[in-house]
Structures are given as C-alpha cells and as structure tokens.
Design a protein around this ligand. Structure first.
Ligand code: CMC
Length: 427
C-alpha cells in the first residue's frame, strides 16, 4: 500500500494519454475514465462515489449548491404547487407531461393493476405482528417477482411498461397492508373512485365498520409529499435498483433491493429518526445539549434531518414540507410542540459555526415526520410512505437503464488484503 501522485493520467492535451471530458446539459462535466484501466493499468478509487457519475441520466437534476431540483427539467416547487403525483410519475417515466388522453389511459392502467393477488395477502401472515412495515415491504415486493416472472420479458417495451405500472399501482396497497396487518385491522382494497393519494389514505385509516371520509386537505398534502419524494437522481436506493437491474434481474426484485437500501437512517429512514430525536429532545431548553452532541467528534450522534451529500444549501423539498406541516396542523386545529422544537433547532443550527462551515441544512426528512404524524401516520410508516413515492423514480431509472448497453455494473476494488500465501494447518 502507498500513495504517489500521478499527474499525467488526465491531461487536457489531446494526446494518447488524454481522457475525454463529457458535458451534460446541466451540472459538472465528467472525465470519461472507461479506458483508464486498459490504457494505463490504473483504477479510479472513489469510495462513497463522491466524484463518480455512475451513469448518464435524463430524469432528474440536482444542483446542491443552489438548492435546485428538477424533474425532467421542471422545478420541484412548480410540480408541488401545480401537479399531481400520478402526473409526475408519468413525467418521470416518459420524459414529458401526459396529454389529457395519455393521463386518462395512465390513470386507468394504474386503477386496473392496483389490486394485489389474493395469494400475496396470505404472505403477510408469515410476518410477526410487530414487524417493521419496511421489513414487510422488502419481503412482499420481492415476493411479487414470483407472480410476474415467467410471464414477463424485460426485452419487450410493453412488458416493461406494464411492470412499472404494476409497481406504482400496487405499492399503496402493499404499504397500507403492512400497517393494517401490524394493528390487526382487516386489509382494505383500493377503490377507483379515489385518486392515488386518497386511495392510500382510505386503505391506511378506513375500517369496514364505518364509512371513511378522506379529508381533501390531507390527501393533497400527501400527494405533495409523494411528488417531493418521487425521485432524487442517483441516491443510494436508486443506484441499488440500477445495480440490481444491470444483471437483468426481475424488476420486482430490483425494487425490493431499492426498498432495503432506502430503509437505513442515513437515507429514507431519517424521517423516522428525526421524530424520535425531537421526542427525545422534549423541550426547547434541551436543544443546545443536542447541538453539542452533534458537534462532538467522539460521539457518533448526528443531527437527524440535517446535511446531505449533494445539497450544500437549503433542500428545496424541506421548505415545501415545512409549509405543508404548518398548513395541515392549522387545518386540523392541532398544535405540535415538536414543530416548535424543530424550528428552533433549525434556527440555532443554522447560526452555529459547525453547521455553517460544513454547509449542513435541513433536508427533506427534517419536517416530513411532523407532517406525516399530523396526518395520523404512525412513525414506523414514514419510510414506507417514502418508498411508495420513490417507486415512481425507481421504475423510471429501471426503464432508462433497460435502454443502455454498457452491460452489468461491476465495480472494481483496491485490494488491501494478504498477498499470496500457502496453506499450512493452524496449530
Ligand atoms: N449532524 C452532525 N454532523 C454532520 C451531519 C449531521 N447531521 N451531517 C454531516 N455532518 C458532518 C460530518 O460529521 C462531517 O464532519 P467532519 O468534516 O468534521 O468530519 C461533515 O459534516 C461532512 O459529513 P459527511 O459524512 O462527509 O457527509 P455525507 O455526504 O457523507 O453524508 C448524510 C450525508 C445525509 C448521510 C449526513 O449528512 C447525515 O448523516 N445526516 C443525518 C441523516 C439524514 O438526515 N439523512 C437523510 C438524508 S436526505 C434524504 C435521503 O437521502 O434519503
């Protein structure tokens, strides 16, 4: 092992040693190092992928320094204000907003495929009653690959579209069933008189012994949450889906892999972790202790909902969510002391040198837990809602990847283990 500096590998001169620089339509250019190993016998080392563009993509663009997020070119704020999740899902999948005719067809397809096979429901009974909904979702979505495998040819564009529609269509019932199972309530079915978000709410909170009226303010707030979480370029879970898909794996299995990756507290699991943290803080007076803990390098504690690999400015999604949280609480006539703690925590952190220097701002998860809790979602469903939304992004990336021809994704490594040695039995 050792380090030495190599200057000649990447040169701007167009000689044999130079590597091409690829320009995108927005964002930093990328050095194309595909021939680095064959020409120079060197690998690129980038654990954590801080400087690696793993693919070309035309779905989502993030400018983390300016706090910009675009889906197919449209700013997230405009989509959250004017669009609906299903329209956004179509946009992510197809690249353009649907015409009224395309939208109708898409709605009908989602409505046709939103039921779960009855045998899938029996699968739920194998889980412990207190299983985390994300554990159930990983299992159930993976299990769907057994239902749609032989009948599906991923080389056929129609089959691919159908798989994507099935996933978006079925995910609300899959997520709601993982909750109703845990509380011992009968599973509810989708009803196509409802829109996508309302359907999910009635499956989550309805019961067979009473009529459930979906509150339109809550349905709209949920739809906005789904739009905001629908895609975020090559994050850990999306990259996981792409990596799994590069081997030609069944799409349901690929999305199950994405759900597993999303679950961790550094990724989608942060919304649950934020709420637990705010509850532990308990009162505004305790905030400074938590800030000190977050800054203490000998303590592994991090301020949950703060910081982002790409955003070094406000995450534009957190601003929309904070506004929605206030709106929903006011609509319901509720007060949540956790909102006050969160806002005060944000204010203090944003003035603290530690957070300023490292450009740590509230991310999408900082206020989403407060909003979801106000809407009645239990804490362990927060990440499941994220997974439901992100399915639109995952399937769009899965579709995009099918059109690529670079073969299986197979990273290399810098081997730092033992050199060759020969077997002798240990005494
Ligand atoms: N609290 C305290 N310090 C932090 C935090 C935090 N939340 N986030 C980063 N830092 C510090 C970190 O200790 C490091 O300090 P130093 O330079 O002194 O070693 C510096 O900031 C850079 O951190 P990093 O670990 O290199 O940053 P990263 O890009 O690898 O991590 C992150 C990004 C989101 C994993 C991290 O900020 C974090 O753990 N945040 C809390 C968890 C969270 O909110 N996750 C949700 C992310 S957004 C939704 C999603 O992607 O699903």
């Amino acid at each position: 092992m050792g380090t030495k500096n190599v200057n000649a590998i990447i040169s701007e001169e167009q000689n044999d040693n130079s590597l091409p620089v690829l320009d995108g339509t927005l964002g930093p250019s990328a050095v194309d190092i595909q021939t680095l190993y064959s020409r120079n016998g060197l690998l690129a080392y980038d654990p954590g992928f801080r400087s690696t563009a793993s693919c070309k993509s035309s779905i989502t663009f993030v400018d983390g320094d300016k706090g910009i997020l675009l889906y197919r070119g449209y700013p997230i704020e405009e989509l959250a204000e004017h669009s609906e999740f299903i329209e956004v899902a179509y946009l992510l999948m197809h690249g353009e907003l649907p015409s009224p005719g395309q939208r109708k067809q898409f709605d009908e397809a989602i409505g046709y495929y939103n039921l779960l096979h009855e045998q899938v429901l029996s699968f739920y009974r194998g889980f412990r009653r207190d299983a985390h909904p994300m554990a159930i979702m990983v299992g159930v979505v993976g299990a769907l690959s057994a239902f749609y495998h032989d009948v599906m040819n991923i080389r056929d564009a129609n089959d691919r579209e159908l798989a994507a529609i099935r996933l978006i269509g079925k995910m609300p019932m899959i997520a709601a069933a993982s909750y109703t199972y845990s509380v011992g309530r009968p599973q509810r079915y989708p009803n196509n008189k409802y829109d996508y978000a309302s359907n999910f709410l009635q499956m989550m909170f309805g019961a067979p012994n009473r009529e459930h009226i979906v509150d339109p303010v809550l349905a709209r707030a949920l739809d906005i949450i789904l739009i905001l979480h629908a895609d975020h370029e090559q994050n850990a879970s999306t990259s996981t889906v792409r990596l799994a898909a590069s081997s030609g794996a069944n799409p349901f299995a690929c999305i199950a892999a994405g759900i597993a990756s999303l679950w961790g507290p550094a990724h989608g699991g942060a919304n649950e972790a934020v709420l637990k943290m705010l509850m532990e803080i308990g009162t505004v007076e305790n905030i400074s202790k938590v800030i000190e803990r977050a800054k203490n390098k000998s303590d592994s504690f991090r301020l949950m909902g703060f910081g982002h690999r790409i955003y070094k400015n406000f995450d534009p999604r957190s601003l929309v969510i904070q506004k929605q949280a206030k709106k929903v609480l006011a609509h319901l006539g509720k007060e949540d002391p956790l909102l006050e703690i969160a806002m005060r925590l944000e204010e203090i952190a944003l003035k603290d040198e530690y957070f300023i220097e490292r450009k740590l701002y509230p991310n999408v998860d900082f206020y989403s837990g407060i909003l979801l809790r106000a809407m009645g979602f239990p804490m362990n469903m927060f990440t499941a809602v994220f997974a439901l939304a992100r399915t639109a992004g995952w399937v769009s990336h899965w579709l995009e990847l099918q059109g690529e021809s670079h073969g299986i994704d197979r990273p290399r490594q810098l081997y730092v283990g033992k050199t060759l040695r020969h077997y002798t039995a240990r005494k």
